[in-house]
Design a protein around this ligand. Structure first.
Ligand code: FCB
Length: 440
């Protein structure tokens, strides 16, 4: 690894990220059913119909996993709290075992000198709330505020930072428009409602936590750089539409209290009545902005209905996800987000990493591609910092190989290899390289 901790400003935080459903083992500890369980149980949705019932068994092995976070020299650990583990019915009576788990997890981080960075929701919606329409039901903003109060009432006093929702685009678009994630809908009206309600829920959670006196609250957005397929005005228009519903809709909502015209053009008639009145909640002040960055998309116009575009294959080298490797996009997003949305607010790269086949051979996993990828993205961050962008941290996705949603356990993103039969953990070469870089 070419970079060292000393290449970054004093106080810059290195972290690694995971999420509850992807690692904990949702079959343990009294967690309720989630819409990912039902999505995975429906044939054709998930590779080999795999689910998160056991995952990495982090629920029982969290201490050893946090030892790995500590030994690598990370400052922060970005984890998420499962709504269905805390409130198996989504509302009402909490599951004491679930609250106890996050309490123990928090203390285990603190004992190791690791800063706990919580995400309240990383996609495992309690199934009973899905029955009520899930993200298409406006009441979810109130249910989510209640969940926020319950879980943060227990661990909020010890959090370094908190973000309500991981990746609103994924909660709304890939799940209700593309149908590739739970609940697997392909419906523009449901999508528009989910897009609006996910931001409303973000805002109610921020207000709830402010009311509890909590600090260092943020929002985490996933961003993909929209690359027009050619120089035509039509391609530029298609890329702007993609940029609108992928990136700008959520940033505009949270930081400007409005929605972009590129999105309203196709979706205004599907938004819930009175959406304009919700911005005072949606644009509640946050203390930092998280960016999850993996790739760009090459966008071509088509003659079909809105959004009238296709994603086409690009020419760059790709990861095991078939995602083009484009570190320049991270640099451009850091610059653009600061210039157009967040100004002096700290930006945190809350996720970045890649999937590779990562074979375990003779007790070792050689993953030079991951080391190079991380180096390229650190260079992009450094370039933005050198040009004055206030980037405060870099968190790698992910600590462990884990349940990669609809792609099951096949796509390995971890710095640490997991054998999904024996559950044995083996730090990969990239983990060791990072550990050296963070210590020096
Ligand atoms: C992000 C998700 C995370 C993981 C990575 C690869 O969109 O937040 O759970 O799936 O992608």
């Amino acid at each position: 690894m070419q970079h060292r901790r000393s290449d970054f400003p004093e106080g810059f935080e290195f972290g690694t990220a995971t999420s509850s459903y992807q690692i904990e083992g949702h079959g343990f500890g009294g967690a309720g059913p989630t819409h990912w369980d039902t999505f995975a149980a429906t044939p054709g949705n998930v590779v080999r119909a795999e689910n998160g019932a056991r995952a990495c068994d982090h629920y029982h092995r969290y201490e050893a996993d946090l030892d790995l976070v500590q030994a690598a020299g990370f400052d922060c650990y970005r984890f998420s709290t499962s709504w269905a583990r805390v409130l198996p019915e989504g509302r009402g009576t909490p599951n004491p075992e679930g609250l106890d788990f996050y309490d123990r997890l928090t203390d285990a981080m603190l004992e190791r000198g690791i800063k706990p960075c919580a995400t309240l929701y990383h996609w495992e919606l309690p199934a009973p709330l899905a029955d009520l329409g899930g993200w298409t039901n406006r009441d979810i903003a109130l249910w989510f505020a209640d969940f926020t109060e319950v879980i943060m009432g227990r661990i909020g006093d010890r959090m370094h930072s908190v973000a309500p929702i991981n990746e609103p685009w994924c909660v709304a678009w890939i799940s209700h428009f593309l149908g590739l994630h739970a609940p697997g809908l392909r419906d523009i009206r449901a999508t528009a409602r989910a897009m609006h309600h996910v931001l409303l829920a973000h805002g109610t959670a921020i207000q709830t936590m402010r009311g509890m006196g909590m600090k260092n609250l943020g929002a985490v957005f996933n961003m993909e750089w929209p690359q027009p397929v050619d120089d035509s005005p039509e391609a530029a228009g298609a890329a702007a539409t993609y940029d609108g519903y992928y990136n700008r809709f959520y940033l505009d909502g949270v930081f400007k209290g409005r929605y972009p015209d590129t999105v309203l053009a196709g979706m205004e008639q599907h938004l819930p009545r009175g959406w304009q009145n919700d911005f005072p909640v949606i644009d509640s002040a946050v203390d930092w902005c998280g960016i999850n960055y993996y790739t760009r998309k090459v966008i071509a116009p088509n003659d079909g209905p809105w959004p009238s575009l296709d994603e086409v294959e690009g020419p760059l080298p790709k990861t095991f996800m078939d995602w083009e490797i484009y570190p320049e996009g991270l640099y451009r997003f850091l610059k653009r987000t600061a210039a157009e949305y967040t100004g002096d607010l700290p930006l945190i790269v809350t996720e970045n990493g890649l999937a590779a086949p990562d074979l375990l051979q003779n007790g070792r996993v050689s993953d030079p591609g991951r080391v190079a990828f991380l180096d390229q993205h650190m260079a992009a961050i450094k370039r933005a910092i050198d040009e004055g962008v206030p980037v405060g941290g870099y968190y790698i996705w992910s600590l462990l190989d884990n349940y990669e949603w609809a792609l099951g356990y096949e796509k390995r993103f971890g710095l640490v290899h997991v054998d999904f039969d024996s559950l044995v953990r083996t730090p990969k070469d990239s983990y060791h390289a990072l550990a050296r870089a963070l210590k020096e």
